[in-house]
Design a protein around this ligand. Structure first.
Ligand SMILES: *Cc1c(COP(=O)(O)O)cnc(C)c1O
Length: 402
């Protein structure tokens, strides 16, 4: 069996299918009809690498991007076409307003204080500044509370200098389609819009897209579904899987019945067994709550994970395979089409979002279906792109291995 160089030096391999991400975005866009489909690429595109993911989505036609922090937006700006808009969900932290305006990054204003600071900057610069305004419709996290919204509506000066290019809110329970909070939030959002200047509205995250047309408004903001996470609780997942995680076998040993395995002697076999040690651990985001849970796949054979997850390793009961089949260097699959991100999350007692954003930095990462260098394509389309030659994406491309 021949290994490419990138496999030989790594303990574990993470394959990220950019083509599947683009397909997922196209599917969501098709589902929302006339509404625009943004992409949420915060937290390094849910751990998958925003500098690769965002340009791939731009290539598919996405022009609206959301991140959480200003730093995330600044890192992505040079990699996106000039026509793309980057929105920062947390809005400006005190003192960061001028940088937003200078860089043309759109803040989501979440509080009267953020609104006042943005308005003050607009007055100082003597020009209108664009912003999204978020209203809280039932999550008590970010956005104007009902009384704050009424105060803004009653104050003729509140939005002077602020060009409201979007009004948004966020759903708390959208993955549960039967949850009564969805309708309640929708009604509150409609009422809130009537108190603000007429502007495009944005309400739905991934799961919200699947709640139906009422929830789509003008712009939807999916994140997780782009990355293959199931958007609707209790329903088959319509999204394409995006990640595959393979760990390398380091050592295989036979043990007697009753031999304790791993930290805390967290597992003992009732019979003679064969233990394979694989180089993926909780430092790689294979959560310790997966101790004694789930399996790894060697071809069609499921090998149960036994014992505690260590920092750098997990141990498998490989007894189902004949002696000698699993050799050091062999790859077993921890996330694949049979055991997807959501299945791993269920075993760990968490959600797919946390599995993805926990994926460590130690993997050899391979990106499938990478786009042509964005500039070349843009030149063909006659679209203006910034110079990416010195950018992170450019550096990645130069380092790309066969
Ligand atoms: C993270 C986030 C999203 C994306 O949510 P998904 O459930 O991942 O689709 C959309 N809007 C806001 C305000 C968010 O914080």
């Amino acid at each position: 069996m021949s290994h490419a160089f990138w496999q030989d030096t790594a303990g574990a391999l993470l394959t990220i299918d950019l083509g599947a991400i683009r397909d997922n975005w196209r599917q969501l866009r098709a589902r929302v009809g006339r509404a625009r489909c943004a992409a949420v690429v915060k937290a390094d595109a849910y751990g998958l690498g925003a500098v690769r993911v965002a340009p791939a989505l731009a290539d598919a036609g996405c022009r609206d991007f959301f991140v959480a922090h200003l730093d995330e937006a600044l890192a992505l700006k040079p990699l996106l076409p000039a026509a793309a808009t980057l929105h920062v969900l947390h809005g400006p932290t005190p003192g960061a307003e001028a940088e937003f305006a200078a860089q043309g990054i759109v803040p989501v204003l979440n509080s009267p204080a953020q609104l006042a600071a943005w308005r003050a900057l607009a007055q100082r610069l003597d020009r209108e500044l664009p912003a999204f305004v978020q209203v809280d419709t039932g999550m008590a996290r970010l956005g104007l509370a009902p009384a704050e919204l009424r105060a803004v509506a009653a104050d003729a000066q509140a939005l002077v200098g602020v060009r409201v290019i979007g009004v948004m809110s966020h759903l708390a329970c959208a993955e549960d389609q039967a949850h009564p909070a969805n309708r309640e939030q929708l009604e509150r959002f409609r009422a809130a819009r009537r108190l603000l200047p007429a502007a495009p509205a944005s309400f739905a995250n991934s799961s919200g897209v699947f709640l139906g047309e009422d929830y789509h408004f003008d712009l939807v903001r999916p994140g997780a579904a782009l990355y293959g996470v199931a958007p609707v609780m209790g329903m088959p997942n319509p999204m394409r899987p995006v990640v595959k995680l393979q760990g390398k076998v380091i050592q295989v040993r036979g043990i007697e019945a009753g031999t304790p395995v791993g930290y805390g002697h967290g597992w003992r076999s009732g019979r003679p067994a064969r233990i394979a040690t694989v180089s993926v651990g909780y430092a790689d985001g294979w959560l310790r709550s997966l101790s004694n849970r789930g399996c790894a796949w060697a071809g069609d054979v499921a090998l149960p994970l036994v014992g505690k997850v260590s920092m750098d390793t997990v141990t498998l009961d490989a007894s189902a395979l004949p002696d000698g089949v699993l050799q050091p260097g062999a790859l077993v699959e921890l996330i694949n089409e049979r055991q997807g991100v959501d299945a791993v999350a269920a075993q760990a007692g968490t959600i797919g979002y946390e599995i993805l954003t926990s994926l460590g930095q130690r993997y050899a990462r391979r990106y499938l279906d990478e786009i042509e260098p964005a500039r070349e394509k843009a030149a063909i389309k006659g679209e203006k792109w910034p110079d990416v030659a010195g950018s992170t994406a450019g550096a990645f491309r130069q380092r790309r291995r066969p």
